[in-house]
Design a protein around this ligand. Structure first.
Ligand SMILES: Nc1ncnc2c1ncn2[C@@H]1O[C@H](COP(=O)(O)OP(=O)(O)O)[C@@H](O)[C@H]1O
Ligand SMILES: [Mg+2]
Length: 330
């Protein structure tokens, strides 16, 4: 479902970590827009910077970080907010489900109470009201039986159920933006299906949050995404509507990513993802790219094509034209 209106706009975001005396530039000039009600899937190989983007948005970045650019939410640059203002945004306006559920779940508190926490803290619910609402949220996510699960402690839950508990915590405060980082990690196919169902239910809720779905699992992304953004070595190199992306993506890297899927050709991408601390000059993908040419020694511009974006010199001459799109078998 495509709704109009941008809810979150990331402009020129760069993030560096200071490790000892070394400065590691992890995100380089990231521009990205999340629209109301859409699922934007951020895909790319491990180590490309996806999680760093997620934690930068909610400002849970470690202290050894330097960050520049803008993250605009409701007209405000989140990077300008003090800790207290940011705390009010987290959970209530922008919620985040981390890559590792155990970092977020308190082992000594029942799931129902953990889900209701945001309601007690931000919305003045009593414990009892929050508990009842937590059960309803679990039910909305398709958890069965919701009241039994609410009574469980985290160690009593399967990996898939933990993820769904985190989603319930995420949506409890009715956020406008939900960031979900690698939700399928470690899940078997059945659990993935169940999790998919819960995420679809969130997507179809009235006033559903915009979802930033961070995943390296393209097959999972395909089932949910409205738009796909591809990250490679700290840069966004393609942003394309999902249907187009999964049929005929623009960037050579995206084409190879899709070809590598078990359900497709299972042809691995040649070479390795570069170490983000030492990115190649020019196009960061050029050493692995079958279309690489002299020009690729220079950093590509971001070209637009039918409203999609691609950072690749192949598109230099065909920008803004509807023909001249490179074919998959080229
Ligand atoms: N706190 C940190 N200090 C230094 N480097 C970090 C830190 N967090 C992440 N990195 C580095 O940033 C890069 C991108 O990491 P990450 O965003 O986790 O990738 P992805 O989520 O795409 O797998 C990695 O090379 C990682 O080692
Ligand atoms: Mg990650």
């Amino acid at each position: 479902m495509h709704a109009i209106g941008t809810i979150l706009r990331i402009k020129g975001l760069s993030v560096s970590f200071l490790v000892g005396r070394k400065r590691i530039d992890v995100l380089d000039n990231v521009n990205l827009e999340l629209r109301k009600g859409e699922v934007l899937s951020l895909v790319g190989e491990s180590g490309s910077g996806k999680s760093v983007l997620g934690i930068s948005i909610i400002r849970l970045i470690p202290s050894n970080t330097s960050i520049s650019g803008e993250i605009i939410y409701k007209g405000k640059n989140l990077l300008d907010l003090d800790k207290d203002s940011m705390r009010k945004i987290r959970g209530r306006e922008i919620a985040w489900v981390p890559q590792n559920p155990d970092t977020m779940l308190n082992p000594t508190i029942r799931i129902g109470d953990q889900i209701g926490e945001v309601l007690v803290e931000h919305y003045g619910f009593t414990r009892k009201e929050a508990w009842e609402t937590a059960i309803r949220i679990l039910e909305d996510l398709g958890v069965n039986p919701p009241d039994e699960r609410a009574k469980n402690y985290p160690h009593q839950l399967s990996g898939g159920m933990k993820q769904r508990a985190l989603l319930a915590m995420g949506i409890a405060g009715k956020p406008n933006v939900l960031i979900v980082d690698e939700p399928t990690k470690g899940l078997d196919p059945i659990m993935k299906e169940i999790l998919l169902e819960s995420l679809k239910r969130i997507k179809n809720m009235k006033d559903s949050p915009a979802i930033l779905l961070i995943t390296h699992d393209l097959e999972f992304a395909e089932k949910l995404a409205d738009t796909v953004a591809v990250m490679y070595c700290g840069q966004i190199i393609e942003v394309t509507k999902a249907r187009r992306f999964f049929n005929s993506p623009l960037h050579p890297y995206s084409k190879l990513l899709l070809r590598a899927l078990p359900s497709r050709e299972l042809i691995p991408i040649p070479g390795k993802h570069p170490n983000i601390a030492k990115p190649p000059s020019g196009c960061r993908f050029r050493e692995r790219c079958p279309y690489s040419k002299e020009k690729c020694m220079n950093e590509p511009l971001m070209f637009t094509l039918d409203g999609n974006k691609v950072k690749c010199w192949l598109y230099e001459h065909i920008r803004n034209s509807s023909d001249g799109i490179i074919k998959d078998n080229e």
